[in-house]
Write a protein that binds this ligand. Structure first.
Ligand code: ADP
Ligand code: MG
Length: 690
């Protein structure tokens, strides 16, 4: 039977609406979906032992059922025994607690069984305790049971047997069916990258014949995963360089020197280098599209202020976008303080402004004249169009989705863009998610920065820690006490932070304790934060709202409660809040239970201060979603590729993709038509020719 790739499965003879519905649950709607529905594991049935040759331990075997006996125990549990035989002998197989099997285990039916071959300690007879089995009747039972081959085991869903899926696979992944696929890569390409053809790759993944070809098949699918994603990035980049030119800026302007003169310190070499690179970008008519990475506290803010000042120096406007209101407010305060004397207009736009304040702010933003605008994602709202916007900085970019740049573009604004992040992104992930960006790293912390000593604290040690906090605070320092935020249960969080607040007030009656959490009104939050910054509060009990960017140099102690509930990147960010004022800093991780002492993530925190090492570790442990935060939409869905395991393939695929786009930016060459079609089917939004 010849099946078109787009044929809907439910209309295929023998499938129908019921089975079709079950398949849909697995995401299988059309014939072509099945091609890429790969087995979750394989079962090697090439050399099954005959029944007289079973050996103690896990065994698989095939035979025909002779008799079945159901003997409930006195306690009402079911035990089913079946006698199974082949040419060489008969064995007894046994199932516990599955009374429903009585219906299907019938004499005369062929069966493949997998389980443990062992001597029953009570009866002293050998028997097979069955863990898995498959049944077959009719012609060709041995083939149905996969005897003599490596059998694919597919991920399944209730009501749909592994066996049924395998049967469908033989039908849908047949050579005739696969004949409908045209490999987007021609023979030259395949041989130059040592790739297996796509038809063979699919076939060998479903029905592997030997290890070597299976490996090549897998390699091909992984290559494709990376290749098309990198292709979409390469095209984004072409797109970015092409669409309306940003104004080339004259740099450095007078505000550059004025700003530096007003700073109480000089920039580190790494900060200066970053500024130089950014100025080079800004001076060009193509838009800057740069990611500035640097560990917590390395001084990215000064670099980004200089970038937006370059806009103002050219009579244009710059904007800084921050992920939280607290951080936007902090940037705003710092800018008004530092730039007030230089005569630069600074405006704040955030979600929580009253209608009237917002209207007034918008009027000032729309009025002609160069300025700096600080805001939250409120800046991305569709009605906010900023005239003469030349430079945009997105601070702590990993807290936003990946698409802010396109949001700006959609609103008709085409500024130079600088993305900043303190979450170190491992190289493999970097190539994957940010492959279209230019990158700069600030690899040095300002002098005098004290890395926080980090310690895992057992409950019994808390009293000592509190005593130590008391002496530090008495000596003029401030402390954070952080509680986790669990997304599923905002109420529960609130309770834990609030309880913590009461507890600490009781423990430290002589100090002023403040509470900060996400459920508070923006004005309240700003007030508490301002009090902590001013030193009016000694201890700040908080949820993770302080995680990013908050800068209170006098704070030197951080106690993190239920520490095992935080991600590594998050813990490292939190720890970066302290030790900014030249005082020795202490970070205490308090796990919820005693077992937490052995938590590998917490131990990693204690053992290293290197944000990159921690990020690599986090990526390995929990995958990219966690590292980048839930909001990082746009992570590619790979069929088989794994960012860490397959980094070498990633590099190869990336080179190939960038080369194609270099030769043929919009894939218009006839030889690239199939590649373009596959790209569009995987990533619908890609650059189109004018
Ligand atoms: P981050 O890179 O995490 O955003 P910030 O820009 O908030 O770091 O800087 C952290 C702290 O270091 C701030 O208090 C800032 O004033 C200070 N700082 C920045 N650059 C220097 C420098 N070159 N020398 C001394 N202190 C600096
Ligand atoms: Mg910052």
């Amino acid at each position: 039977m010849l099946l078109a790739p787009s044929t809907e499965l439910q209309f295929i003879k023998g499938i129908g609406p019921h089975l079709g519905g079950l398949l849909a649950k697995l995401g299988l709607h059309r014939v072509s979906d099945f091609w890429f529905f790969f087995p979750r594991r394989y079962d090697d049935r090439r050399a099954l032992p005959s029944l007289n040759r079973l050996q103690a331990g896990p065994q698989s075997a095939v035979g025909i059922i002779q008799a079945v006996q159901d003997t409930p125990t006195k306690t009402g549990r079911s035990i089913i025994r079946a006698r199974i035989s082949d040419e060489t002998g008969t064995i007894e197989a046994i199932w516990f607690n599955q009374p429903f099997l009585k219906k299907s285990l019938k004499p005369g039916v062929w069966i493949w069984v997998h389980g443990k071959w062992e001597r029953n300690s009570f009866t002293q007879r050998w028997e097979l305790a069955v863990a898995e089995h498959e049944l077959a009747t009719g012609p060709d039972v041995r083939a149905q049971l996969g005897v003599g081959s490596v059998v694919p085991i597919y991920p399944s869903t209730p009501g749909l047997s592994v066996f049924r899926l395998r049967h469908l696979a033989t039908q849908l992944v047949s050579p005739e069916s696969l004949g409908a696929i045209h490999d987007p890569f021609g023979p030259d390409w395949l041989s130059s990258f040592s790739l297996m053809g796509i038809q063979d790759a699919i076939r060998h993944l479903h029905f592997p014949q030997d290890r070597e070809r299976y490996k090549q098949a897998k390699h091909r699918i992984i290559f494709d995963d990376f290749f098309y994603f990198q292709l979409s990035l390469a095209q984004n980049r072409v797109d970015w360089k092409k669409i309306p030119k940003a104004p080339p800026l004259r740099v450095p302007g007078p505000l550059h020197a004025a700003y530096l003169a007003a700073l109480p310190y000089t920039l580190t070499q790494a900060q200066q280098d970053a500024v130089t690179t950014i100025y080079q970008d800004l001076a060009k008519p193509t838009r800057m599209n740069r990611l500035l990475q640097g560990d917590v506290g390395c001084g990215k803010t000064d670099v980004c202020i200089l970038a937006v000042l370059a806009a103002v120096d050219n009579g244009l406007t710059g904007a800084i976008m921050a992920p939280t209101e607290i951080l936007a407010q902090q940037h705003y305060n710092r800018l008004t303080r530092q730039l007030g004397g230089l005569g630069v207009q600074v405006e704040l736009l955030k979600g929580s402004l009253t209608a009237k304040t917002r209207r007034l702010a918008m009027e000032r933003i729309l009025a002609p004249g160069p300025k700096i605008i600080v805001g939250t994602h409120a800046l991305l709202e569709s009605d906010v169009v900023i005239p003469d916007l030349a430079v945009v900085v997105i601070d702590e970019q990993h807290r936003f989705g990946v698409d802010q740049r396109h949001r700006l573009q959609e609103k008709g604004m085409f500024p130079h863009c600088l993305l900043m992040t303190a979450t170190p992104i491992p190289r493999s992930l970097m190539l994957t998610c940010f492959g279209d960006l230019d990158k700069t790293l600030i690899s040095e912390l300002p002098p005098g920065r004290i890395l926080a000593q980090t310690q895992l604290v057992a409950g019994s040690e808390l009293a000592d820690i509190y005593r130590f906090c008391r002496s530090e605070i008495s000596a003029g320092r401030q402390a954070y006490v952080v509680y986790p935020l669990v997304e599923e249960s905002a109420k529960l969080d609130l309770k834990s932070a609030e309880e913590g607040f009461e507890l600490l007030k009781g423990l430290f009656p002589e100090f002023r304790v403040g509470l900060l959490h996400g459920k508070m009104k923006a004005a309240q939050k700003a007030e508490v934060m301002a009090a902590f910054v001013a030193g009016d509060l000694h201890i700040l009990v908080s949820t993770t709202v302080i995680e990013v960017g908050v800068d209170v140099p006098n704070a030197s102690i951080m106690l993190i409660q239920h520490a095992e509930r935080f991600g590594l990147a998050q813990l490292h960010q939190l720890r970066g809040r302290i030790g900014r004022g030249g005082h020795a800093a202490y970070c205490y991780l308090v796990p919820s239970t005693r077992g937490g002492q052995y938590n590998p993530r917490l131990r990693a925190m204690v053992s290293t201060q290197d944000g990159f090492k921690l990020a690599e570790y986090d990526l390995a442990l929990r995958g990219p979603g966690d590292l980048l935060g839930k909001r990082q939409a746009g992570l590619p869905l790979f069929r088989l590729a794994d960012l860490i395991r397959d980094e070498a393939v990633l590099k190869q695929a990336r080179q190939a993709a960038f080369k194609v786009v270099e030769l043929d930016p919009h894939l218009q060459h006839p030889a690239h038509q199939r590649i373009l079609a596959e790209l569009l089917s995987r990533y619908s939004r890609v650059a189109q020719p004018n």
